[in-house]
Design a binder for this molecule. Structure first.
Ligand code: ADP
Length: 159
């Protein structure tokens, strides 16, 4: 059984993330959506809120597990018996950072493989940070996030 970990901030979960998750599920037996706890930046949503929204979106998918992690991703992967780290790629701008991250993770533990999946065209420009900016100024983010996230953003930024 191949277990993959899809790590990220998911602040908030977007249709781009969902696309990568669904692609991952078509290849791997189980995917663990793991929200990183060790982020220095101030989050828009708490870890609990982010997990709740992810659980709602993947409620119909028994092969998804939800978790949080602190510390090194490769150590967390080992603790979950996962051999694959799933990451999404958008435009070239993602490449340099993702390349560094994957190289570092391989140096730390070469038994864990990073697998990249490319998002579909309509999600190419979707990022959590852009979605937050648009929502903050009351723009319509309905095309970029699932309904539960759209509602949470409205609530979070209502003036
Ligand atoms: P991080 O803070 O680790 O970058 P994110 O939540 O922003 O976490 O993203 C998690 C992963 O999902 C990363 O690999 C990122 O490149 C990928 N990702 C984010 N948005 C998209 C998207 N629209 N299409 C494809 N992959 C995406």
């Amino acid at each position: 059984m191949t277990v993959a970990i899809y790590p990220g901030s998911f602040d908030p979960l977007t249709n781009g993330h969902i696309d990568i998750m669904r692609r991952g599920l078509s290849v791997f037996d189980r995917v663990i959506l793991a929200v990183a706890k060790n982020q220095s930046k101030t989050p828009t949503f708490t870890i609990e809120q982010r997990l709740e929204m992810a659980k709602e979106v993947f409620a119909d998918e028994p092969r998804v597990e939800f978790d949080t992690f602190t510390g090194l991703l490769v150590d967390y992967a080992k603790s979950k018996n996962a051999k694959v780290l799933l990451r999404g790629l958008r435009a070239v701008s993602d490449f340099e950072y993702e390349f560094q991250l994957a190289s570092m993770n391989r140096k730390l533990n070469d038994e864990v493989e990073t697998v990249f999946m490319m998002t579909s065209e309509e999600h190419f420009y979707v990022s959590s940070s852009l979605v937050r900016e648009v929502a903050r100024y009351d723009g319509n983010v309905g095309a970029f996030v699932p309904p539960c996230v759209e509602a949470a953003l409205k609530k979070r930024f209502k003036s």
